[in-house]
Design a protein around this ligand. Structure first.
Ligand SMILES: [Zn+2]
Length: 358
C-alpha cells in the first residue's frame, strides 16, 4: 500500500527537533492531530489532541516525545568550524564523518562531523575513540565571518541528515529520529483508530518536548492533561542483531509492541500492565516483553504526577537508536496503536478503579 501513512512517517522523521526546539515537529503533529481532536499545548510546546468519549473521566494520556538527539552550535572557530554541544545521549562511535544540518534563521546549512583520515593516524590513535569535545563540524566556510554570513549563530540546532527510506522489505523503515517519532506516529494512529468509536473516557494523545534531556515535557504536559492513566510510547531496543545477548535486549522488530517490565525511570503499574496483556491476548495482537537496566521514558515522569498515575511504557523495537539511522518494522507501529485503542475502548471509570486497586 503506497500510502498516506508512509508519507506521515516521512514527514515526522525528517522534521528537525532537538530538545527545546521542537517547533517543526510540533507543526507536523498539529497537521495530523487537528482533524482528530481539539488541539492543546502546554507552555513549553508539548501538544495533545483531545478526543472526548462518553465521559470526561477517566482521562487517558498517550504520548510520544517529539524531540530527537542532536547538537547545538556552541561557537564558531576563527577558521570557520563549528564546535557543538551534544543534546541527548550520543556515543562517539557513531558521530565521526556523519552528515548534519544546521537549522539557521537563514535556512539550512549542511555540514559533516570532521575526522582525520587513517593515513595520518598513528597506531595508538587508530584504536582510540575521538572524544566528543574534540570534534567539530565542517560547513565549508572559509572563516568565522563567512559562517556567520551563512546564517550560523550560537544556539542554532543541528540534526542528523538522513532521508526516510523504506528498505527492500518495505515493512522495514530506515530513518533518523525514530526515537521518538515512532511514539508520535502511534499517538496519532491511536486517535485514528478511535474515530467513530464511543469510548468511555477522554483521550489526550500527542507529543511531548525535551524527553532526551530529562523527561521535562512529560512533567508539564501531565499538568495540562491531569491524566488518570498514562501511556508513553517510545522506541525499545531491538536485540535482534549480531552481538546482542538476550539479557541485554530481548525485543525483535516485527514481533509486536514491547511491554516493558522495568527501566531505570519506572516500575510499570502492575494492574495496568496485566490489563494490557489481557487485552492483547483477547484481541490477538502480538506483544513481547523486555526489561532494561538503564534508560527511561516519559512514563517515568507521568506516573509521578500529582498523587500518582498508573502508567506503562509501550516500546517499538528499533535497531541502532541514538545514531543517524534507526530501523523499525511498521507492523509494530500499527499493532501498538491497535492495542492501545483496544485498551482505551475498555477503560471506563470502574475498570480504572479496579486497575488501581489491583
Ligand atoms: Zn532516546
Amino acid at each position: 500500500m503506497a500510502d498516506a501513512r508512509l508519507e506521515m512517517y516521512r514527514e515526522l522523521t525528517e522534521a528537525a527537533g532537538v530538545p527545546g526546539q521542537e517547533r517543526d515537529v510540533r507543526e507536523v503533529m498539529r497537521k495530523y492531530l487537528q482533524p482528530l481532536g481539539q488541539v492543546e499545548t502546554d507552555n513549553l510546546g508539548s501538544i495533545v489532541a483531545v478526543k472526548r468519549g462518553t465521559s470526561d473521566r477517566p482521562r487517558i494520556m498517550v504520548v510520544g516525545h517529539m524531540d530527537e538527539i542532536g547538537f547545538m552550535v556552541k561557537y564558531i572557530t576563527e577558521d570557520g568550524f563549528i564546535k557543538f554541544q551534544t543534546l541527548g545521549g550520543w556515543s562517539e562511535q557513531v558521530m565521526l564523518a556523519q552528515r548534519v544540518v544546521i537549522k539557521t534563521r537563514k535556512g539550512d546549512v549542511i555540514g559533516v562531523v570532521g575526522s582525520k583520515p587513517p593515513h595520518i593516524l598513528d597506531q595508538d590513535e587508530r584504536k582510540k575513540v575521538v572524544d566528543k569535545k574534540d570534534m567539530f563540524i565542517d560547513i565549508g566556510a572559509k572563516d568565522r565571518k563567512e559562517a556567520e554570513e551563512f546564517g550560523v549563530r550560537p544556539g542554532d540546532p543541528i540534526v542528523p541528515l538522513t532521508t526516510f527510506t523504506p528498505m527492500k522489505n518495505e515493512k522495514l523503515l530506515l530513518a533518523k529520529a525514530w526515537d521518538n517519532r515512532a511514539g508520535c506516529a502511534v499517538a496519532i494512529q491511536v486517535l485514528e483508530e478511535l474515530q467513530g468509536v464511543n469510548h468511555p473516557n477522554t483521550v489526550y494523545a500527542g507529543g511531548t518536548v525535551q524527553e532526551e534531556v530529562g523527561l521535562r515535557g512529560a512533567q508539564t504536559s501531565s499538568a495540562l492533561v491531569e491524566p488518570d492513566i498514562g501511556f508513553a510510547v517510545d522506541v525499545g531496543i531491538a536485540g535482534d542483531m549480531p552481538g546482542v545477548k538476550p539479557e541485554q535486549a530481548q525485543a525483535k522488530i516485527g514481533k509486536g509492541p514491547v511491554i516493558t517490565l522495568y527501566d531505570a525511570s519506572m516500575v510499570p503499574h502492575v494492574g495496568l500492565r496485566d490489563f494490557v496483556i489481557e487485552v492483547a491476548e483477547k484481541e490477538n495482537i502480538p506483544y513481547q516483553f523486555d526489561a532494561l537496566a538503564g534508560g527511561g521514558t516519559d512514563a517515568g515522569r507521568i506516573h509521578q504526577w500529582s498523587r500518582g498515575v498508573p502508567s506503562l511504557y509501550l516500546g517499538i523495537a528499533t535497531r541502532y537508536i541514538h545514531s543517524h539511522v534507526g530501523i523499525l518494522h511498521r507492523d509494530d507501529l500499527d499493532n501498538a496503536a491497535r492495542l492501545l485503542a483496544a485498551v482505551i475502548r475498555r477503560l471506563d471509570a470502574k475498570t480504572v478503579d479496579a486497575i488501581k486497586n489491583s
